[in-house]
Ligand binder design. Structure first.
Ligand SMILES: Nc1ncnc2c1ncn2[C@@H]1O[C@H](COP(=O)(O)OP(=O)(O)O)[C@@H](O)[C@H]1O
Ligand SMILES: [Mg+2]
Length: 1007
C-alpha cells in the first residue's frame, strides 16, 4: 500500500484502515482532505476529493516523479493510475480504460484533463512531429468541446452538459497515433431555457464578450448578452469564468485542430442565428401566428445564407403530406410557432456540437494504419461522463443522466465486485462472500423492453392521439406501481413534495430523485419540423448545408418514424458499456466535499452519502479480502521464468503450478499469494512490483546472452563461408600450378633433341605463386642448356671460346662489330693461310724468342700498320705472348723492334665503330697505336679478338686489371687526344683522315 507518507496525512489506502466502518472511512477522507491529500487508493481505485482550490500536484516535476513508477512507489495520484493503465497497455498490449465517475462538480472533467496531460507528457520521447501534433490536437480538443458543451450550473461553474468518452490510440512503441471522441446526449434544452442561477453554454457568452466588433457587426449582434432572450438570464449570473479570454483560446484551439476560416465563421454564424431566433416575437393574427420583428428574420436569412421569405414561411408554417401524396402548408398557432422555433434552435446547436466532434475526429482519426507494419494498435479510453444529478426540478435530461450513472455503477459492480468474487469461487480460493447492493434492478426499471420506463415513454410518444404528460405518469403508475424503486404521489399519497400527475420518483442507487414529467414526451419525441431541415439544407453556405444532409428528402419521402431520444440514448449507453467491458478498467471515484465549492468545508453527510452510494466500503472489503493481481500460471511463467534458475529457460516440473511455486518461494513471496486452479493470485501489488524489478534486473543479462549466441551464430556462419572460399581457392591454385607444370613439361619434353636445346621454346605464363619458381627454373634451364652446348665444344676450341666470352664482357653493347662470328686463329703470322710467304721467317724469329724462354704460348700475332711521327705509315707486326707485347719488323725477318712486358700494359682503347684502330696503354705512357687492317687478307675484323685474348689472359690473374675503354662519344679523334702524346696525335689524326677517304666511310660511322 502506498508508502512514503507520514501518518499525519492519514492512510493513503483505505485498505489499511484498522476498522472498516463508514466513520473511519470518512475520518480518513477528511484528514486527507484537510491536509490537501486529495487522492486516496482503494487498491488500484483512486478516490479523489475535489479540493476546490489550486493544489500543487500537477507540475512537470510531479509527472517525472510518477513516470514509469509502480502504483505503490509514490503517494496516491491520478498520474499513478494513468501510468498503470499506460504500462498495462504497453506491457501486455491490452486495451485499457479509465472510468471517471462521481456526481456533478466532483472533479471528473478536471481529472480527465490531468490524465490526458500526463499521457501526453510521458509519450513520444523522440519528439516525432506527427505524434506531437496528435497529442496537441487531443489536448486542444478539450478547450473547444468545453466551450460548446459546458455550462455553468448551480452545482458546477464548468459543468459538462454532455458525456464524453475518448479513445487514444497507441502504436507498438506506446506513442499516441490518433484518437476518437464519442459524445453522449448533449443537454440541448439548455439552449432555450436555464434554471435560475445557471447559464447557457459558454460559447454564447464567449461570442458576445470576446468576438471582435467587426465579427459582431457582421452577425448583427450587440455586445450585450441581456439583449438576447436565450442568454439573458445567464448574463447576470456571477461566475469566475473569463469568457473574453476563453474566446481567444477557443479560436486558437480551433485553428490548431485544423478548422478552416469558413468553418469557424459558420460556427459563429450558427450561434448568432440561435440568439436571433430567441428574439423573434410571434403575434396572433386571427388563428395563425405572424412575426412582429421581421428585421430579425432578414438578419437570420442573411447570416444563414437562406431566402428571407423561406425563413419566415418555415417559422410560421409547416408542410404536411396528405394521404393522397398531396402537400399542403399549414399555418402555426403562436404556441406552435414558438415550439417550432425552440426545437429548431436546440436542433441546430445539437447538430453544431456533433459536427464539431466529428470534425475533430476526422483530424485525429488514425490514418494509414497497418498492423503488419505498425504492430498491435492499442487503446486507452477515458470516460468523463455527467455525474449523478439531483436538481430542484429534474427533467428528462436528469432522467437520462442518472440512468447513465446506473449503468456505470452496474459496470463497476460487475467488474470489481461480482466478477471478482465469482472468480475466487471458480478458482477454489477460500473466500468469504461480501454483500453489496446490486443496482441491476434499477437499470431494469429504466431500460427493460416493454416494461421499463423508456419503453412506456416510447409507447406514449407513438400514440396517435394526444397523450399528455399526466397520462404518462398514470400509465407508469399502473405498470410500475409494484416496483420497489418506483413511486409517485398516487402510489404514496403521504409524500407531499410530489404533485399528483406531475411527479414520479426513482430510488436510484445514489439516492431518490423526483422527476417532473413535464416535457418528457416532447423531449423524447424530439420533433423538429421537416421544413427546418430543408431550410438549412438549402443554405448557400456549404458548411451549414453539410450539417443537414437529411434536409435533402422531400416531404413525401419521410415516412419512417425517427427513434426517440431515450431509445437512442439507451442504445448509446449499451454500446458504451460493451466497449468498456472488453477493456481493462481503472477507476477514479470522485467525491464532492460540499455544495458551496469551498476548499474548507468537509460536509460529513454529503460525503457519507457519496461514499455509500459509490459502494466504496464494499470496494474496500472486497479488496481487503481479495487479491490485487492474478495471472494464469502459464502466462505468469512466461513473464517471470527468467528470475529463477529452475524455471529458466524451461522448467522440468510436472505442472506449471509447481514451477510458479518455485519462483514464488525462491523470492520469498509465499505469504502473499494463493494458488488457484488455473491462476496465481497475488494479494498486494508490492509483490508484483518485486517480481517486476527482479525481472527487469535479469533482462539485460538475457539480452546479452541472446546477443552473444546470435553473434556466435553469425560468426560461425561467416567462418564457414570463408573456409569454403579458401577451399575453393586452394583447389583452384593447385589446378593452376598443375596445369602450368603440365604445360611446361609438354613444351620442354623434346628440348634435348632440338638444335637450340629449347631456346626458342616460349615459357607459359606462370601463376603468381610460381613466379619465383619460374625464375629458378629458367636459371636451371639456362645452366642445363649451357652445359649441353659447352659439352660439345672440342677442348682445342676452348681458348677461343674463353677469349670470345672475355671480349663479349668487354665490348657487348659498346661496339657494333667485334668479329665474334669469325674463327679466331690468334697466331696469324704462323698460319700458312694468312702468311704464306713469310711464315717460315716468322717461325724462325719466334723460335728464337722462345728459345730465350721469354714466353710459353702465343696469344696473338698479326701484321699491323703503324703510323710514325713523321706521318709515315709503316708495316709492322705485333706478337703478343703470355709475357710480352712485341713490335716486329716484317721487312727485316720479323726482327723484334720493341718488347713490352705484358704487365706494363694497363689498358686498351678501341672505338665504337668498325675501324681496326687499337691503342695499347702502357705504364710509361708510351702508348702503342696500331691499325690491324694492313697486310692481311679479307679485312678481317680482329679488334674483338685482340681485346678478348688479352682480357682472357688478364682474367686469370685477379690482381691485374686490364682496362678496356670503348670510346663511344668522342669518336676516334677524342680517343686519340686523350690517350697519346701530342705529336703522335697529330699524325694519327691525319692518318685517320686518309683512312676515311680511302674507305669512303660516312663520318657518322666513327661517332
Ligand atoms: N484537482 C482539482 N484541483 C483544483 N480544482 C478542482 C480540481 N478538480 C475540480 N476542481 C474544481 O471543481 C470544479 C468542477 O470540476 P469538474 O471537473 O468540472 O467537475 P465534474 O466534471 O465532475 O462535473 C472545477 O471547475 C474546478 O474549479
Ligand atoms: Mg464534467
Amino acid at each position: 500500500m502506498a508508502e512514503l507518507e507520514s501518518w499525519e496525512f492519514g492512510k493513503s489506502d483505505f485498505v489499511l484502515l484498522d476498522n472498516l466502518t463508514i466513520e473511519e472511512f470518512l475520518a480518513n477522507l477528511k484528514v486527507r482532505f484537510d491536509k490537501n491529500r486529495i487522492y486516496t487508493y482503494i487498491g488500484e481505485v483512486v478516490v479523489s476529493v475535489n479540493p476546490y482550490q489550486h493544489v500543487d500536484l500537477y507540475g512537470r516535476d510531479m509527472i517525472e516523479h510518477y513516470k514509469g513508477r509502480e502504483l505503490y512507489e509514490r503517494p496516491p495520484h491520478l498520474y499513478a493510475i494513468a501510468d498503470s493503465a499506460y504500462k498495462a497497455m504497453k506491457r501486455r498490449a491490452k486495451d485499457t480504460c479509465i472510468v471517471i465517475s462521481g456526481e456533478s462538480g466532483s472533479g471528473k472533467t478536471e481529472a480527465s484533463k490531468y490524465i490526458m496531460q500526463y499521457i501526453a507528457a510521458i509519450t513520444n520521447p523522440s519528439q516525432r512531429v506527427e505524434v506531437e501534433s496528435v497529442k496537441n490536437i487531443l489536448l486542444k480538443s478539450n478547450c473547444v468541446l468545453e466551450a460548446f458543451g459546458n455550462a455553468k450550473t448551480n452545482r458546477n461553474d464548468n459543468s459538462s452538459r454532455f458525456g464524453k468518452y475518448m479513445d487514444i490510440n497507441f502504436d507498438f512503441k506506446g506513442d499516441p497515433t490518433g484518437g476518437h471522441i464519442n459524445n453522449y446526449l448533449l443537454e440541448k434544452s439548455r439552449v432555450i431555457v436555464q434554471q435560475r442561477g445557471e447559464r447557457n453554454f459558454h460559447s454564447f457568452y464567449q461570442l458576445i464578450l470576446g468576438g471582435s466588433d467587426d465579427l459582431l457587426k457582421s452577425l448583427y449582434l450587440q455586445r450585450d448578452a441581456k439583449e438576447y432572450a436565450f442568454i439573458r438570464d445567464g448574463a447576470t449570473v456571477n461566475s469566475v469564468i473569463n469568457d473574453k479570454e476563453n474566446f481567444k483560446a477557443v479560436m486558437k484551439a480551433m485553428e490548431i485542430i485544423g478548422f478552416s476560416d469558413k468553418e469557424i465563421d459558420t460556427i459563429y454564424k450558427i450561434l448568432a442565428t440561435i440568439l436571433h431566433l430567441g428574439n423573434l416575437m410571434f403575434i396572433a393574427e386571427s388563428d395563425t401566428a405572424s412575426i412582429s420583428n421581421n428585421d430579425v428574420v432578414s438578419q437570420i436569412a442573411d447570416i444563414t445564407m437562406t431566402v428571407p421569405d423561406t425563413v419566415r414561411k418555415t417559422l410560421l408554417h409547416r408542410t404536411v403530406a396528405t394521404g393522397g401524396g398531396e402537400v399542403i402548408k399549414k399555418g402555426h398557432t403562436v404556441q406552435e410557432a414558438a415550439y417550432g422555433r425552440d426545437a429548431f434552435a436546440k436542433a441546430i446547436y445539437d447538430r453544431l456540437f456533433c459536427w464539431i466532434v466529428n470534425r475533430i475526429n476526422d483530424v485525429i482519426e488514425v490514418k494509414g494504419y497497418d498492423p503488419r507494419i505498425h504492430g498491435k494498435n492499442t487503446v486507452i479510453g477515458v470516460l468523463d461522463i455527467y455525474g449523478f444529478e439531483i436538481f430542484e426540478n429534474n427533467s428528462f435530461e436528469q432522467f437520462c443522466i442518472n440512468y447513465c450513472n446506473e449503468k456505470l455503477q452496474q459496470l463497476f459492480i460487475e467488474l470489481i465486485l461480482r466478477q471478482e468474487q465469482a472468480e475466487y469461487q471458480r478458482e477454489g480460493i477460500e473466500w468469504q462472500h461480501i454483500d453489496y447492493f446490486n443496482n441491476q434492478i434499477i437499470v431494469d426499471l429504466v431500460e427493460q423492453p416493454h416494461k421499463g420506463i423508456i419503453a412506456i415513454l416510447d409507447e406514449a410518444c407513438m400514440n396517435v392521439g394526444k397523450v399528455t404528460d399526466a397520462m404518462l405518469v398514470d400509465t407508469m403508475d399502473s405498470k410500475l406501481g409494484k416496483h420497489a424503486h418506483y413511486t409517485s404521489r398516487k402510489l404514496c399519497p403521504t409524500e407531499k413534495n410530489m404533485e399528483f400527475n406531475k411527479h414520479f420518483r426513482i430510488k436510484h442507487y445514489a439516492g431518490q430523485v423526483t422527476y417532473s414529467v413535464e416535457g418528457f414526451i416532447d423531449k423524447n419525441k424530439d420533433t423538429l419540423y421537416q421544413d427546418f431541415k430543408r431550410l438549412m439544407y438549402n443554405s448557400s453556405n456549404p458548411v451549414l448545408k453539410d450539417m443537414w444532409p437529411d434536409g435533402k428528402l422531400s416531404i413525401t419521402e419521410v415516412t419512417k418514424r425517427p427513434l426517440t431520444a431515450a431509445t437512442l440514448f439507451r442504445s448509446s449507453m449499451i454500446a458504451l458499456i460493451v466497449n468498456l467491458e472488453c477493456k481493462e478498467p481503472y477507476y477514479v471515484r470522485c467525491i464532492k466535499p460540499n455544495e458551496q465549492k469551498s476548499p474548507l468545508i468537509f460536509d460529513y453527510e454529503r460525503c457519507r452519502h457519496q461514499v455509500e452510494y459509490l459502494g466504496l466500503l464494499e470496494n474496500v472489503r472486497v479488496r481487503r479480502a481479495g487479491f490485487a493481481y492474478r495471472q494464469p500460471y502459464e502466462r505468469f511463467l512466461l513473464r517471470y521464468k527468467m528470475i529463477c534458475e529452475y524455471t529458466w529457460p524451461n522448467h522440468l516440473m510436472s505442472t506449471d503450478l509447481e514451477a510458479t511455486r518455485m519462483i514464488i518461494d525462491q523470492h520469498d513471496f509465499q505469504q502473499d499469494v494463493a494458488y488457484g486452479k488455473t491462476k496465481l493470485f497475488i494479494r498486494t501489488p508490492q509483490t508484483l512490483f518485486g517480481l517486476e524489478s527482479a525481472r527487469e534486473e535479469t533482462i539485460p543479462f538475457i539480452v546479452l546472452f541472446l546477443q552473444k549466441l546470435w553473434r556466435g551464430a553469425l560468426a560461425r556462419k561467416r567462418c564457414r563461408g570463408m573456409r569454403a572460399v579458401y577451399a575453393i581457392m586452394s583447389y583452384y591454385k593447385t589446378f593452376k600450378v598443375k596445369a602450368y607444370l603440365i604445360e611446361v613439361m609438354k613444351r620442354f619434353q623434346n628440348v634435348r633433341s632440338m638444335s637450340d636445346y629449347g631456346k626458342s621454346v616460349a615459357w607459359p605464363t606462370p601463376p603468381t605463386v610460381l613466379v619465383k619458381f619460374e625464375e629458378n627454373m629458367k636459371y636451371l634451364f639456362r645452366r642445363w642448356r649451357a652445359r649441353q652446348i659447352v659439352k660439345n665444344i672440342p677442348p682445342s676450341d676452348m681458348p677461343q671460346i674463353k677469349a670470345k666470352i672475355a671480349a663479349m664482357d668487354a665490348l657487348l653493347g659498346r661496339r657494333k662489330d667485334w668479329g665474334v662470328q669469325r674463327n679466331w686463329e690468334q697466331d696469324y703470322l704462323s698460319s700458312v693461310r694468312y702468311n704464306p710467304e713469310m711464315m717460315s721467317q716468322f717461325t724462325t724469329t719466334m723460335n728464337g724468342l722462345k728459345g730465350k724462354k721469354q714466353f710459353s704460348s702465343v696469344l696473338f700475332s698479326a701484321h699491323v700498320r703503324k703510323v710514325n711521327r713523321f706521318n709515315k705509315c709503316e708495316d709492322r707486326a705485333i706478337l703478343i705472348t703470355d709475357q710480352y707485347l712485341y713490335k716486329l719488323e716484317p721487312a727485316k725477318r720479323y726482327k723484334s723492334m720493341k718488347a713490352l712486358p705484358l704487365s706494363h700494359v694497363t689498358g686498351i682503347s678501341v672505338t665504337n665503330g668498325r675501324d681496326q684502330l687499337i691503342i695499347f696503354h702502357t705504364k710509361a705512357n708510351d702508348d702503342l697505336v696500331v691499325c690491324l687492317d694492313k697486310m692481311q687478307r679479307g679485312n678481317d675484323n680482329r679488334i674483338g679478338e685482340v681485346v678478348g685474348v688479352l682480357a682472357n689472359h688478364f682474367n686469370r690473374d685477379p690482381d691485374i686489371n686490364l682496362l678496356v675503354r670503348v670510346n663511344v662519344e668522342a669518336s676516334f679523334e677524342l680517343l686519340v687526344k686523350n690517350s697519346v702524346s701530342n705529336s703522335l696525335a697529330i699524325i694519327l689524326l691525319a692518318h685517320c683522315e686518309a683512312l676515311k677517304d680511302q674507305r669512303s666511310l660516312p663520318r657518322g660511322e666513327y661517332s
